[in-house]
Write a protein that binds this ligand. Sequence first.
Ligand SMILES: [Zn+2]
Length: 106
Amino acid sequence: MVEAEVAAAGGGRVEAVQLRIGQLAGVHEAALRFAFEQAREGSVAEQATLCITDLPVAVFCPRCDRIVELPQITPLACPACRQPTGDIRQGQELELESIELSEVGT
Ligand SMILES: [Zn+2]
């Protein structure tokens, strides 16, 4: 994924990789960092640092008629009115947010 982005940008070395990960994505940050370090060896991202943004879980509450962030993953219920809801609007992301590139030759 990162190498495709670098190629699209015309090359260069990757300085930093930023990911957005929801709390429900099922990703363990430590495991992900370990995998990243294995994967970057010999690649354009060999010197890159990994930045992870944690996204809290947000659900739509039909009773309050709005999207609310949950202070914890479970229960999946509105923190304001306690209405249970499975309508998850945020928290399952595993996205590449941005890549910082350095110019070739610098
Ligand atoms: Zn509610």
